[in-house]
Design a protein around this ligand. Structure first.
Ligand code: ZN
Length: 262
């Protein structure tokens, strides 16, 4: 029997956004769902080219580069729009929060909703079919900026994602990977897994390919924001601060501050 999981393809939007597009596998597949359509035009082009009908729209948070295309898409496809219950997104039809499930029956998938505040006040993730759609919270080798939340909230949100199985595929909202790896190598220069990742992801970008998805296991091994208890990282942070801290939330906050200034 064929694998029922949908195929997940990136549709590029703006300069470095990805609109993750889930599509039915197989010759009879004609449905798709999109995550964080900041722009409608590239999505509409993709759906028309591939002869796909939209079945659902999922949003992770309220920033315009993630939800700006929803109204336009709904003019053509009258589909449910899922998104965070406590954020101002006028186009939502189905507000959700942690504990809720989102099913797209046309694609045979169901996602659990996780609350992961920090980048925004009520940012959510969708987890299911071995995939995580985490918007601007966890990036490949990085994390989102703290626009509406605290370091404590973001740290807890990242720890929640880190508790998912290592082989979970991580689909984040932007192609920031090479810049993130460059920063990470300055924080943890002795990390061999990070050096290997840099080589591989540089080749992918040189070939014009996305570096995503990554996996939770790979993030665990290379992402400094998930490694706040590593002695080498704590040492680096103490040098950066010129002070001794070891509490992982304070280490996290210092790395976030360091990255903002880098
Ligand atoms: Zn954002």
């Amino acid at each position: 029997m064929a694998d029922a999981s949908p195929e997940i393809v990136p549709v590029s939007a703006f300069r470095d956004n990805y609109v993750w597009t889930l599509r039915q596998v197989g010759p009879n597949g004609r449905h798709a769902a999109v995550v964080d359509p900041g722009e409608a035009a590239p999505v509409l082009e993709y759906l028309a080219r591939e002869k796909l009908e939209l079945a659902a729209i999922l949003a992770t948070h309220h920033h315009a580069d993630h939800v700006g295309g929803i109204a336009e898409l709904r003019k053509k496809f009258d589909v449910p729009v899922y998104g965070p219950r406590s954020e101002p997104i006028a186009t939502l039809t189905h507000p959700v929060s942690e504990g809720d499930e989102v099913s797209v029956p046309e694609l045979g998938v169901t996602f659990s909703v996780l609350d992961i505040p920090g980048h925004t006040r009520a940012h959510i993730a969708y987890y299911g079919a071995g995939a995580l759609f985490c918007g601007d919270t966890l990036f490949a080798c990085g994390c989102g900026r703290l626009f509406e939340g605290t370091a404590e909230q973001m740290y807890a949100s990242l720890q929640k994602l880190l508790a998912l199985p290592n082989d979970t595929k991580v689909y984040c909202g932007h192609e920031y990977t090479l810049a993130n790896i460059g920063f990470a190598m300055g924080v943890e220069p002795g990390n061999a897994a990070l050096a290997a990742r840099e080589k591989r992801d540089r080749r992918l970008r040189e070939a014009g390919k996305p570096t995503l998805p990554s996996t939770i296991g790979e993030e665990r091994a290379t992402n400094p924001f998930l490694r706040c208890r590593e002695p080498a990282i704590v040492d680096s942070v103490n040098k950066y601060l010129g002070a001794r801290v070891s509490d992982p939330v304070r280490v996290f906050a210092a790395i976030r501050d360091w990255k903002n200034r880098a």
